[in-house]
Design a protein around this ligand. Structure first.
Ligand SMILES: Cc1cc2nc3c(=O)[nH]c(=O)nc-3n(C[C@H](O)[C@H](O)[C@H](O)COP(=O)(O)O)c2cc1C
Length: 205
C-alpha cells in the first residue's frame, strides 16, 4: 500500500507535525511504502490561473510540485495534516491544494481520467476553543481536495484547543481520541475532539 503523508504547517515539530507523526505510528502506516512531504521545505508557486492544465492536462508550472503529482496519482492513501488558520487550512496547504486544479481540469474540462481511486485522511488542528465553526472552512477545502484527487471515501479528524493542550503522546484526551477511531475505508466520516468531548460530525449539506 502506498501512503502519501503531507505536512501542512510552517512550524516544525509542533501540533500539525505531531498529529501526523502520532497518527502514522498509531495506525501502522509507518510500515507501509510511505512518502512524506513537508510543504514548508518545497519551493512551489500558488496556482496562477493560467489554465495551462485545461489545455494539456498537466500543470505547466515547473517547480518542486512537478514530481509530486506522480506521488499523488500512485498513492492508495493520502494523509494530509494542516492547522486551522483564519477558519481555513494554512496558506501553504491551500497553495498546494489549489495546484490540484489540474485534476479538476482533467475531469470536468478535458473529461479524461484523473488519479486512481484512493482513500483520503485529513488531520486538522485548531488552537482556539471557542470558535463555533472552527473547522467548517477546512472541511470544505478538504472536501474539494478529496474530490479532485479521487479520494471518494475519506476521514477527517479534527482537534481543537491545541494552543492550550498541545498535541503529543502525553496528551491523554488526544490519545483517547485516536483510540476511539476505527478507520473505515468505505465511508466518509468526520470525528472531532472539542472541549474534551469526541463528536461524530457531518459535512454541511
Ligand atoms: C495565522 C494564524 C491564524 C490562526 N487562525 C486560527 C483560527 O482561525 N482558528 C483556530 O482555532 N486557531 C487558529 N490559529 C491557531 C493554530 O491553529 C494553532 O496554533 C495550531 O496548533 C498551529 O499548528 P502548529 O503548531 O503546527 O503550527 C491560527 C494561527 C495562526 C498562526
Amino acid at each position: 500500500m502506498k501512503i502519501l503523508a503531507i505536512y501542512g504547517s510552517s512550524r516544525k515539530n509542533r501540533n500539525t507535525d505531531k498529529f501526523l507523526d502520532i497518527f502514522l505510528k498509531k495506525f501502522n502506516y509507518e510500515n507501509e511504502d510511505i512518502n512524506k512531504i513537508i510543504l514548508e521545505d518545497l519551493k512551489f508557486s500558488h496556482c496562477i490561473s493560467c489554465y495551462g492544465c485545461a489545455r494539456v492536462g498537466k500543470c505547466v508550472l515547473k517547480d518542486d510540485l512537478t514530481d509530486i503529482y506522480s506521488l499523488i496519482e500512485e498513492s492508495d492513501i493520502i494523509v494530509f495534516s494542516s492547522p486551522v488558520y483564519f477558519n481555513s487550512v494554512s496558506a501553504i496547504s491551500k497553495a498546494f491544494i489549489d495546484r490540484m486544479q489540474v485534476y479538476w481540469s482533467r475531469k470536468f474540462l478535458l473529461k479524461v481520467d484523473g488519479p486512481k481511486e484512493k482513500f483520503g485522511i485529513a488531520l486538522i488542528n485548531g488552537g482556539s476553543s471557542t470558535e463555533k465553526h472552527q473547522f467548517l472552512g477546512s472541511e470544505l477545502v478538504f472536501d474539494h481536495f478529496f474530490k479532485s484527487t479521487n479520494c471518494k471515501k475519506n476521514l477527517i479528524l479534527e482537534v481543537s484547543e491545541t494552543d492550550k493542550y498541545p498535541i503529543n503522546e502525553d496528551n491523554k484526551s488526544f490519545m483517547e481520541f485516536l483510540d476511539s477511531i476505527e478507520i473505515n475505508k468505505n465511508e466518509k466520516e468526520i470525528y472531532r475532539l472539542k472541549e474534551g468531548k469526541i463528536e461524530k460530525c457531518k459535512l454541511i449539506e
